[in-house]
Design a protein around this ligand. Structure first.
Ligand code: NDP
Ligand code: 2IT
Length: 453
């Protein structure tokens, strides 16, 4: 067990106990709930009706959970069976909205943790989107395009009946990018005989996608980190930065850090990390990861010189001033956090969902490292998905500059709302508290207005 970052207020302990009892073994879900409940003590003290009306208990129970079989045939003619999930968590603020993750580690508890986070993240964007998440234990690694297509078609053949532009709108996440979104949308269109562009986001630009959606999560992460730096009179210019992962979020975080004058010296995948003191060569990384679908070790092989690949190692051993974990949950633990603090890191912003363990968050907070939680920091992806829905609804297509400008504005607004909420409760600089309190309050108030739902 890891050490919790904050303790849950006595008034809310019964809620957490009940979550543990009703959801046995779902550790990631427990962790995500514990993190939010850890912030809500002062909120329910100020607004006791949230407790009386049992809003928090209601939010801990998804509105609907769908689990289904996904049978498909591989290139050798062998039948394969995977499990598909969609957790439709909360539709208080809009249609269920959140990505699909294809990774062998996906269990119901994984999807529930992600869906729970998504409710508050989406609320923070200020846009009309509810919270949901889905995915499968399908592993796209090493699969041909034809296999991925057959899997996606089978997955959508079951899921389509639960979706709709006013009902539930999926997008990508780990293992789901433009290729998968294309296959999924194509199958939805065939089954329903409707060109319902707003039913899924992350589409290609030629068929209803939004400019800047591919870049949005990574760019948004860096816009947020930049706001954090500015808030304490610093900047990202000249900073030494480490970004974990080398997928969608990591690549565009690296791109934006570089534009802001920082140098990203290390990146990773699940096999290890590379260190390039000259700054990660983004053209090469994009080609390796987006086109050739290679392992990160190839980066060092093709660069040569002083560039090193460290197999299996911990990327957080690389000294940096700014750390952006952009790979996966619980990738940065207490020990790694202690190393970062010792090496002088002063900003940590979560591009991934829940990449820092509770123990790591506690280490950062005790050391006065500015720590930005994923539900605020990485909200630019889903926010731009909502902008994609807006373009689809009006049958319009915006320029890159306009969309990126909106993204920047949304990230500044989220930062402002998180910071002012934290200050309002006498906890200046506590981004975890600010994000949870602001996100929760927005959802809770709308929910109460709608009665017992
Ligand atoms: P991608 O699939 O594009 O990339 C994921 C990256 O993380 C890869 O480099 C992958 O390495 C690495 N990774 C994944 N799982 C593990 C693991 N178990 N151990 C070590 N490394 C791992 O996904 P995204 O970039 O889209 O997502 C990254 C994170 O950002 C996730 O937490 C996701 O939920 C979050 N996020 C994504 C958004 C989006 O719009 N895409 C929006 C908001 C948050 P390998 O290839 O070796 O598996
Ligand atoms: O975690 C996330 O916010 C995402 N994977 C993006 C969700 C979306 O609907 O764009």
């Amino acid at each position: 067990m890891t050490t919790p970052a904050t303790t849950i207020d006595r008034a809310l302990q019964h809620v957490y106990k009940e979550v543990l009892r009703r959801n046995p073994g779902e550790h990631e879900f427990h962790q995500a709930v514990e993190e939010v409940l850890g912030s809500l003590g002062p909120v329910v003290k100020r607004h006791p009706h949230y407790l009386a009306e049992r809003v928090i208990e209601r939010l801990c129970e998804p509105e609907r959970q769908i689990i289904f079989r996904v049978p498909w045939t591989d290139d050798a003619g062998q039948v394969q069976i995977n499990r598909g999930f969609r957790v439709e968590y909360s539709s208080v603020l809009g249609p269920y909205k959140g990505g699909l993750r294809f990774h062998p580690s996906v269990l119901l508890g994984t999807v529930k943790f992600l869906g729970f986070e998504q409710i508050f993240k989406n609320a923070l964007t200020g846009l009309p989107i509810g919270g949901g998440k889905g995915g499968s234990d399908f592993d796209p690694k090493g699969r041909s395009d034809a296999e991925v297509m057959r899997f996606c078609q089978s997955f959508m053949t079951e899921l389509y009946r639960h979706l709709g532009e006013y009902t539930d709108v999926p997008a990508g996440d780990i293992g789901v990018g433009g290729r998968e979104i294309g296959y999924l949308f194509g199958q939805y269109k065939r089954i329903t005989n409707r060109y319902e562009a707003g039913v899924i986001t992350g589409k290609g630009l030629a068929w209803g996608g939004s400019r800047a959606r591919t870049e949005a999560t990574g760019y948004g992460t860096v816009y947020f980190a930049n706001e954090m730096a500015r808030h304490v009179g610093r900047s990202l210019d000249g900073q030494r930065v480490v970004v974990s992962g080398s997928g969608n979020v990591a690549i565009y975080a690296i791109e934006k850090v570089t534009e802001f004058g920082g140098t990203v010296v290390a990146a990773s995948d699940s096999s290890g990390y590379v260190v390039d003191e000259a700054g990660i060569d983004l053209d090469l990384l994009k080609d390796l990861k987006e086109v050739r679908r290679e392992r990160i070790s190839r980066y060092a092989e093709e660069k040569g010189g002083d560039v090193r690949f460290v197999e299996g190692g911990n990327i957080w051993d690389v000294p940096c001033e700014v750390a952006l974990p952009c790979a996966t949950q619980n990738e940065l633990d207490e020990e790694a956090a202690t190393t970062l603090v010792r090496n002088g890191t002063h900003i940590v912003a979560e591009g991934a969902n829940m990449p820092c363990t509770p123990g790591a968050v506690r280490v950062f907070q005790e050391a006065d490292v500015l720590f930005g939680p994923g539900k605020a920091v990485n909200a630019g992806g889903v926010a731009t998905s909502a902008l994609e829905m807006q373009q689809n609804a009006s049958r319009d297509s915006w320029s890159f500059e306009h969309t990126d400008e909106r993204l920047g504005e949304i990230m500044r607004n989220i930062h402002e709302s998180v910071v002012t909420t934290a200050e309002d409760y006498g906890r200046p600089g506590d981004y975890v508290f600010g994000a949870n309190a602001a996100g929760f309050t927005a959802v809770a108030d709308a929910m109460l207005a709608m009665g017992v739902i």
